[in-house]
Design a protein around this ligand. Structure first.
Ligand SMILES: Cc1cc2nc3c(=O)[nH]c(=O)nc-3n(C[C@H](O)[C@H](O)[C@H](O)COP(=O)(O)OP(=O)(O)OC[C@H]3O[C@@H](n4cnc5c(N)ncnc54)[C@H](O)[C@@H]3O)c2cc1C
Ligand code: FES
Length: 287
């Protein structure tokens, strides 16, 4: 955990296009189409020097297949490995889902900015996630829980399509059990045995109605969910400066060089992926 100076990824031999080799040490099925991969960077020095902040991403590569961007979602306090949760979507992610233990992958990172958790100190925090959108929030929630006295009330509103589509079920159970954080779970349609809320995440946000006074809301999920969550938060009285989200823009270099990920003058790979709603409102409407 450190200041907000933009870290510059230096790959092996100072080449930022070169990944470090890493080994899969554990693969955890989260949902029918999402698996969490725990990786250890092979080189002991690179491993010791790998410091990331909640919200940062890395490029994971499979040799001969390609490279794709994923949030580093291990807790900043889980030092034994880096965790990435990967949804099967296309070429790279489908091949990643076929990996077994002790497979070799490439890791370029950490890349990008992170949630300004120091500016959030003393505030009530509302985390709002949908599906795999809990991934970027997970390291931030871990950090906040480990520094509980620096923050006000904590609320997690998390929804998925069905109970099977909820990620990080162990974390959710621990957070619900340990207290100090309110966890509101929702699924889209009623399901047998489901005893929590039913409805889309934006509607649940409106129902829970977190108070905007001295609060910050952080939301991640599918773009359509984010769009309506942002509207719901603004209706509740949250100002754009009180709302943070992450953007998913297809990346290539991850270094601000190729121009693949820009929105107007901003590059998601170096200026993001974390943005306040105030920052987003100043950008061209290309989202
Ligand atoms: C900042 C950031 C953070 C991210 N974090 C995560 C994360 O933590 N976990 C995660 O799972 N994902 C994350 N993503 C998304 C992830 O990077 C993409 O899902 C991944 O790049 C897909 O790669 P792929 O090669 O498997 O898919 P691709 O083969 O590139 O395909 C992706 C999608 O496009 C469709 N598609 C492919 N080719 C075509 C075509 N020719 N025409 C039309 N549609 C096509 C596919 O059907 C698929 O739905 C993140 C992205 C960003 C930018
Ligand atoms: S991915 Fe190349 S500039 Fe952002």
């Amino acid at each position: 955990m450190s200041s907000y100076a933009q870290p510059i990824y230096q790959g092996p031999g100072g080449n930022p296009f070169m990944p470090y080799l890493a080994t899969t040490i554990e693969i955890v099925p989260e949902t029918p189409n999402i698996k969490s991969f725990r990786l250890v960077i092979n080189d002991p020095e690179a491993r010791a020097n790998f410091h990331f902040e909640p919200g940062q991403v890395a490029q994971i590569s499979l040799f001969g297949i390609g490279e794709a961007t994923f949030v580093i979602n291990s807790s900043p306090y889980e030092n034994d490995y880096l965790q990435f949760s990967i949804m099967k979507a296309g070429e790279v992610t489908s091949e990643l889902h076929e990996l077994s233990l002790r497979s070799q992958v490439g890791v370029r990172g950490p890349l990008g900015n992170w949630f300004p958790y120091d500016k959030m100190e003393g505030k009530h925090l509302v985390f709002i996630g949908g599906g795999l959108g809990l991934a970027p929030l997970r390291p931030l929630i871990s950090y906040v829980l480990a520094n509980r006295d620096r923050y006000g009330d904590l609320t997690v509103i998390y929804g998925a399509r069905t109970p099977n589509d909820l990620c990080y079920k162990d974390d959710l159970a621990v957070w619900k059990r340990q207290g100090g954080i309110r966890v509101v779970l929702a699924i889209d349609q009623p399901a047998p045995g489901w005893e929590y809320k039913v409805g889309f995440v934006p509607a649940v946000v409106t129902e829970v109605a977190p108070a905007p006074e001295n609060a910050v809301a952080i939301t991640c999920g599918p773009p359509i969910m984010i769009k309506f969550v942002l509207q719901a938060l603004e209706k509740l009285g949250f100002a754009p400066e009180q709302i943070y989200t992450t953007l998913e823009r297809r990346m290539k270099c991850g270094l601000g060089l190729c121009g693949r990920c820009n929105i107007g003058p901003r590059y998601v790979c170096v200026d993001g992926p974390v943005f306040s709603l105030a920052q987003l409102k100043a950008l061209p409407n290309e989202l």
